[in-house]
Design a protein around this ligand. Sequence first.
Ligand SMILES: Cc1cc2nc3c(=O)[nH]c(=O)nc-3n(C[C@H](O)[C@H](O)[C@H](O)COP(=O)(O)OP(=O)(O)OC[C@H]3O[C@@H](n4cnc5c(N)ncnc54)[C@H](O)[C@@H]3O)c2cc1C
Length: 335
Amino acid sequence: MTSIRIAIIGAGMAGLKAASTLHNAGMNVCVFEKSRGLGGRLASRRTEFGHFNHGAQYVTARHPGFAAYLEQATAFNAAQSWKPNLHHGGTEIAQSHGNLALDQWYQGAPQMNKLIRPLVEPFSVLKQHRITRIEQLDRRSFALHDDLEGVFGPFDGVIVTAPAPQTAELLRPMSPRFDPIGDVVMAPCWAVMAAFEQPLPTAFDAIIHQSPAISWAARSSQSSDLFHRRCPDPWVLHATPRWSRDHLEEDKDRIIEKMLAALRDISGVKLPELHSVDAHRWRFARTETPLGASHLNGMNGRVIAAGDWCLGARVEAAWRSGQSAAHAMIETLFG
Ligand SMILES: Cc1cc2nc3c(=O)[nH]c(=O)nc-3n(C[C@H](O)[C@H](O)[C@H](O)COP(=O)(O)OP(=O)(O)OC[C@H]3O[C@@H](n4cnc5c(N)ncnc54)[C@H](O)[C@@H]3O)c2cc1C
């Protein structure tokens, strides 16, 4: 182990991939995460009858490195393949979800946020620490400030993996090299988590759609056996980016009402009584315009921005960006 200390901001797939790569290279790594849990948008909410995966729904691998990661996660019981009975619309919709026929879909096991488990090494992770400022102490070292007036450091390098607008807030005041983050566009997404008293009487477990409101609805449990469905029956609904933008500041109850009405319309079935329902607003859900490079660095290569938004809108993009940010940091320090 070297005496080099690196801070990582964000414990989603990008941050944890960067942290684990640097830890394995012998560095002292400390991860700062503003939430109570790990995984970021690989998100699961626990309820009395199971979990809702209300962020990313499934992952696919096109890059051999990420395919190997999914194999490792499966061997670790942190991932499982998912083959829902899928109903979808026209070609345009199918294309936006990749090659539906050929892609193998995976989910975290037993729930989505567990997909990061193989990356959680014995490095420190400080949860509920929202970093508000990165201070440059001298040419080679930095301190982090959190929202509770805590100060941490010194660190020899910092990798920021928050969604683009939040990364821009931290990094653009430090150097104009980070200005291109301002060109990245991320779309919001309203998610509704509805548990029905009785199984929703559809033949499908997931539907891809482009109704004005709903882009995706899926049963948030792995059972696809028509006769052995769980009660309550948990479903996650995602709104389209456009609809989410148009209704961004609307009251949760109104969002729930409108999205359930849209589910009734697209599924063509009478919805059973609700056991419970809630909604979550993702302000920065999916990348619409990526940076177009795997990471961005400044401050002599010692401060690096990374995250899915560098390369795309998928978990795989986050993994690749985190890995590339870690390699760039190693190159700066030892290259
Ligand atoms: C509704 C929805 C559906 C999706 N569906 C899919 C899908 O089906 N398939 C797919 O591949 N991808 C999907 N995605 C995208 C996927 O979830 C992301 O690409 C991926 O999880 C991003 O990982 P990340 O590490 O780059 O960012 P994040 O997961 O956002 O991690 C960033 C972390 O930084 C933390 N953070 C932010 N600011 C600070 C701060 N100041 N201090 C400390 N911590 C901070 C956040 O709390 C968060 O934990 C979906 C996303 C959403 C929201």
